[in-house]
Design a protein around this ligand. Structure first.
Ligand SMILES: Nc1ncnc2c1ncn2[C@@H]1O[C@H](COP(=O)(O)OP(=O)(O)O)[C@@H](O)[C@H]1O
Ligand SMILES: [Mg+2]
Length: 255
């Protein structure tokens, strides 16, 4: 969905981790743009730098060099410094993680409402939004339950609602189906697709699986901290095979 309205522009991003005895270059000159309403998959093997990238996009970690321009954010230099980092995250980002990260002592509806409670939004508005989201993911009957009474797929649906409740410009999802079986993964990916299409929700999703990447509009292939290529999905049954083929080619070519 390239209408040239950019949500995010990433320029020459690098990240070097300094370990006791050696440096790890986790990101090397990463450049890309995310367009409004785009569903972007970042695909790479374990250790290729995907989580590092997502953590930096969400201002949970600082890059070594390079820039992120986020539409609507005036002071781009400061997004990695507190208290701006927290504000940036609350205003702009909804996170979905592999392991759900729900608060186990709170009910489903309380977990979903939490980001708005933290923003001091009035109760009636919160209630309305929670109801709407519970309907969207078909969990209305489960609203008074606690996360541990739910299946993994249901817990991830709660996490998606929590990410959506502030209507953030961007959803960041790190291996959101990594703990789920095939059928459950499919239903979670259908929800991502649905919110992308119906709400024009911009999404960056990280995965190592071609099948998962095939739900996106566009795939960036990551290898050893670099973007090696990209693939524009055709939205037909050939996508998965083409993604798999390209990924294999990249892994087999010299660095
Ligand atoms: N906090 C850290 N300190 C040192 N090295 C790290 C840290 N986090 C990640 N790395 C290293 O950076 C590289 C990329 O990791 P990561 O972004 O987690 O990859 P992925 O999510 O694709 O599996 C790996 O070599 C990993 O060991
Ligand atoms: Mg990771």
């Amino acid at each position: 969905m390239n209408n040239n309205q950019t949500v995010l522009s990433v320029k020459k991003l690098t990240k070097v981790y300094q370990r006791a005895d050696k440096k790890v270059e986790a990101l090397k000159d990463v450049d890309f743009q995310l367009f409004k309403g785009e569903f972007l998959a970042i695909m790479g093997t374990s250790g290729s730098g995907k989580s590092t990238l997502l953590n930096i996009l969400g201002a949970m970690d600082e890059p070594t060099s390079g820039e992120i321009d986020f539409s609507g954010v005036v002071d781009h230099q400061n997004i990695f410094k507190e208290p701006y980092a927290t504000t940036y995250r609350r205003e702009n980002i909804g996170f979905v993680f592999q392991s759900f990260h729900l608060l186990k002592d709170l009910t489903v509806e309380e977990n979903i409402a939490m980001p708005l409670i933290l923003k001091n939004v009035d109760f009636a508005t919160i209630e309305e939004k929670v109801n709407e989201l519970l309907e969207l993911v078909q969990l209305t009957k489960w609203r008074k339950h606690r996360p541990l009474e739910l299946s993994g797929g249901q817990q991830q649906r709660v996490a998606i609602c929590r990410a959506l409740i502030t209507s953030p410009p961007l959803i960041l999802a790190d291996e959101p189906t990594g703990n789920l079986d095939f059928n459950t993964s499919h239903s979670i990916l259908d929800i991502f697709k649905e919110i992308n299409k119906s709400m024009r929700q911009s999404i960056v999703l990280v995965t190592h699986e071609p099948y998962v990447a095939s739900f996106a509009d566009r795939v960036l292939f990551f290898h050893d901290g670099r973007i090696k290529n990209e693939y524009q999905c055709r939205e037909d049954s050939s996508d998965m095979e083409r993604i798999m083929h390209e990924f294999k080619r990249i892994l087999e070519s010299p660095l």
